[in-house]
Write a protein that binds this ligand. Structure first.
Ligand code: GLY
Length: 331
């Protein structure tokens, strides 16, 4: 007899079958996948990432690219550097906690075939990007959240750690005295590392990881783990990533928008500017920062932000440099 249980199982399989061509399904050995799109013969291998700690992330990513490694491995290696750095109070270990004292992490990763994986509201694991990678590689899902993401991480061999450093704990205890929620532009909104890479094959991947806004409500998830919001890659067109107030990026699905604008013919710079303008036109942008970073198939890049102060790191042609993004509000 065809039981309800069998029916549900078949339905689930059917659903996953339908999703195999898009963002994500279980694709073992995806690193050797031949699913790349049109050959890209005119490009510059590049690594590009948000904020000044992108410089060290780029170095780690470039080490993978320069020996012929894949962009997906490069982006993971790059952002892991920042996740492990306790001095960065907005990503991974050392990230400022939510208002209840929990460090909760969000991350996502996307490769040149459109495969992707994500974790959100993940506690106790220093490298959420690597858990997101495992979600992409080893499950039929795209997003795992909270306790389920932690359980999966532990099953995959990740170690449970205390991520609340003495510095972050002290900042939280100070904040609790007034519990005044006013994130400061470019400091508490200086929140994410998004990194995009083009490898020597011309393939593009991206990664994005954060502890989110300092002293956020418990359970709050931002743009960074949401494919299309904090990160999007289309190997035919390019990639984009976002930093800043996640709610504003989520409302406009910003990274997807940037990539689609490039598909329509805009340069990476024009696409980032248009995506920022969509926010400026409809939201009260005075109190928050947004920065977009984009790259096309050739390695042309662009960046744009609302308020000055956003910078990004580019590794291209043997040089790793920090560049100030142009901004909508000139200060
Ligand atoms: N952009 C990161 C966040 O809002 O959580």
């Amino acid at each position: 007899m065809f039981s309800r249980r069998n029916f549900l199982f078949q339905s689930i399989l059917g659903t996953f079958g339908l999703s195999f061509n898009s963002c994500n399904a279980k694709t073992p050995n995806k690193s050797t996948s031949k699913m790349t799109t049109k050959p890209n013969s005119n490009f510059k291998p590049t690594v590009i990432s948000t904020w000044n700690n992108g410089l060290s992330a780029n170095e780690a990513a470039w080490k993978v690219i320069e020996v012929g490694g894949k962009a997906i491995d490069a982006v993971e290696a790059g952002v892991r550097v920042v996740e492990a750095d306790p001095k960065t109070t907005s990503v991974g270990y050392g990230g400022f906690p939510d208002r209840d004292g929990n460090v909760t992490l969000d991350a996502c990763i996307m490769d040149e075939t459109g495969n992707c994986g994500s974790v959100c509201f993940l506690k106790h694991i220093k490298h959420p990007i690597s858990v997101a990678r495992k979600v992409m590689d080893n499950t039929p899902h795209v997003i795992l959240a909270g306790q389920g993401a932690l359980q999966f991480a532990l099953e995959q061999g990740f170690e449970k750690e205390n991520l609340l450093t003495p510095k972050a704990k002290a900042a939280w205890e100070k904040w609790k005295k007034e519990s005044n929620y006013h994130p400061i532009i470019n400091i508490e909104n200086h929140d994410t590392i998004g990194l995009l890479a083009i490898d020597q094959n011309g393939d593009i991947s991206g990664a994005c990881t954060t502890s989110g806004l300092a002293f956020k409500m418990q359970g709050r998830v931002g743009d960074s783990p949401i494919i299309g919001a904090g990160l999007f890659v289309d190997n035919e067109v390019g990639g984009a990533t976002a930093t800043g107030m996640g709610e504003a990026v989520l409302k406009t699905l910003g990274s997807f928008l940037v990539v689609e604008l490039m598909r329509q013919g805009k340069t990476p710079q024009e696409a980032c500017e248009e995506a920022v303008m969509r926010i400026v036109k409809n939201q009260n942008y005075k109190d928050f920062q947004i920065g977009y970073l984009a790259i096309d198939k050739q390695g042309n890049y662009g960046a744009y932000c609302i308020h000055s102060g956003f910078d990004f790191a580019v590794y291209q042609g043997g040089k790793n440099q920090l560049i100030d993004s142009p901004s909508y509000v000139k200060s």
